[in-house]
Design a protein around this ligand. Sequence first.
Ligand code: GLA
Length: 690
Amino acid sequence: MRRLPIRSSGIARRRAVGAVAVAVLCTGGVVAVPASATASGTTPRPAPATAPAEPSPTLDDGLALTPPMGFNNWNSTHCSADFDETMVKGIADLFVDKGLKDAGYRYVNLDDCWALSARDANGKLVPDPARFPNGIKAVADYVHSKGLKLGIYTSAGTKTCSDVGFPGALGHEYSDAQQFADWGVDYLKYDNCNNQGVDAKQRYTTMRDALRATGRPIVYSICEWGQNKPWEWASGLGQLWRTTGDISDSWGSMVSLMKQNLPLAQYAGPGHWNDPDMLEVGNGGMTDTEYRTHFSMWSVMASPLLIGTDLRTASDTTYDILSNRDVIAVDQDPLGKQGTVVSSDGGRWVVSKEMKDGSRAVALFNETGSAQRIATTAKAVGLPSAPAYVARDLWRHTNAHTAGTLAATVPAHGTVLLRVAADAKWAAYPPAAELGLDEGVFIEPGASAKVSGTFANLGRTPARDVTVSLSGPAGKNWKVKADGPTKAPVVQGGRSLRTRWTVSAPAGSATGSYDLTLRATYRSPQGTKITSAAPVTAAVATAPPSGTSALGDLPWLSAANGYGPVERNTSNGESAAGDGNPLTVGDVVYAKGLGVHAASSVDFYAARTCEQVTAQVGVDDEKDTKGTVTFEVWADDRKVASTGVLTNSDAPQALSADVTGAQVVRLVATDGGDGVDSDHADWGDAQLTC
Ligand code: GLA
């Protein structure tokens, strides 16, 4: 990941220009079950995969028996002047007025920059009078008067993480903890900057003891970024611990943290939670689909849900996401299990969370830039054998029954979140259906392609009056013609209706991905009418010229990138288009190629007419030693070449891949397994021979 923006007062929040994520291939369609930083001082390191270790003893103080829910100003304000008493009180008001308190949100937390940079003559912390003219106790009293709780922040070091460097608590633990308790603080986030190299366990234990000595119940949030594997030792100290470096408001950052946190499921439970950092929902650097994925995956991972957007200016959609009680119930389930990965082939993730009532929350998460069919079974997610299951779609709030298959076509970067139970009353619910195209759609501009779509009844009762339709992208004059039946009076459980279509793209359509929609309506045996829609992606592309072409000059079908856009013939500068440098690996400069930032994936249309990809790959010299990348070439769904993990001390590596017969050639740069920090990846001299 790129470094966090410099933190100091007045910092501007950076909006990631963001992953250019465009869908390409379509795979099946939907209807599943009713379808649907771095800190100054020290450097956060991502959490490495862990060998199982004995979890440390847990606290029996009854705090945070479910993951803490609330608000923290950092992600929306950093240290800007927006962070003040008015904001904090405004958030508390909105918690009540907008129903967030009723939905479970409790903590209103202050992050860095609330204090003055010097202690007073008695060594006490002094709230910044410009931000908190009435002090912190007045804010706590206000928040408490609303039935909410107040959180505060400091660092287990001599100064906090802001560049200004507000006083840290190292050496002042007992006095600072007492001051917090006297103010009525209910939650402490204890950071890791400027820690003077003192052992982490020792630093975090001293503050635990200091908090205890106050006699006030205070949730203790350990924020050492996963550097010292706190999951192995901190459950006897605090109720939650950060497992990662800082989140930023981009798809690449969010997914990277999710992947670091997922393997730590065994360490989470009531009163001791893994914390992959606060929410970015609503901050503008991701799409609403991506924010729904963020909220779904944080809930399936039983993560703290700390809202990180300024609710005073949040959109209705942001409120809808943050207030989804079906999803919150997954996060807050009293059994307190963190979901575990069932499968993740090709970026199609299935993550299952055991719930106290025996059901499973099942996330079908599509990491890729194109709509994907993601399927699993009730058995695979851990449910007992049963004649049928009831699945609730937690974003659509609809129920259906299935004989066992759980499947949906999930849009690019989307998540279908289901809650599935073996339920003897399954027959009272409509049969689930799955809707999708059988294969990817590729069309040359001005030409047409034949595609087939399937409506499959996943249930045990008949679907009646089934009608399917396929429509082209809105307002683009595509033509779609059915070549076979689009209606069936009945489709029995376990059977399907298959329809052939001819799809034509107008001449002059630009290379790229276009969203089509496959729709179905049907009736349950009880007469309920069900409507569902599957996202389908069609790629419009012209076959590449015969001979050898520079990939830096060919149009791509889609490109997803960790930070900023993929760059042609320069390195990746992390934000705006064209902000890179000459592609340079090990002092060798390449005039042509692609400059990307992990995690990245760039798709080119090869039309089954190409043979070979070659490139000189490596981490660009512009980055320091933290950059680690693995380069891969894919021919459709097959990985046909891969480097090991390359760092920026490696010379360029020659990569050659046989892509014979591939419809799509994909260039992938992964984070090398340690998070995306500094992962500037160069495809020097990348060429495609057809
Ligand atoms: C660190 C933490 C962040 C935030 C900042 C404040 O980077 O990890 O969550 O608290 O410090 O400076």
